[in-house]
Design a binder for this molecule. Structure first.
Ligand SMILES: [Zn+2]
Length: 60
């Protein structure tokens, strides 16, 4: 059975993969985020067991 294509929403935004180590700022949010490479996260779900496969090939 093929995996179903989809995506992940996080806090009302499309989830994306960001390169580098996560460093948090004073308010707990990511810091130094601007120079990171970002890719859209595409998610494929197995309809029988729910297993997810993640891919990040499309730059944002
Ligand atoms: Zn499965």
């Amino acid at each position: 059975m093929g995996l179903g294509e989809g995506y992940v929403m996080a806090g009302g935004h499309l989830a994306h993969w960001v390169s580098g180590l996560l460093r948090r700022g004073a308010l707990g949010g990511p810091k130094g985020y601007g120079q990171s490479r970002k890719f859209v996260v595409e998610v494929f779900r197995c309809p029988s067991c729910g297993h997810l496969e993640l891919f990040a090939n499309q730059p944002m």
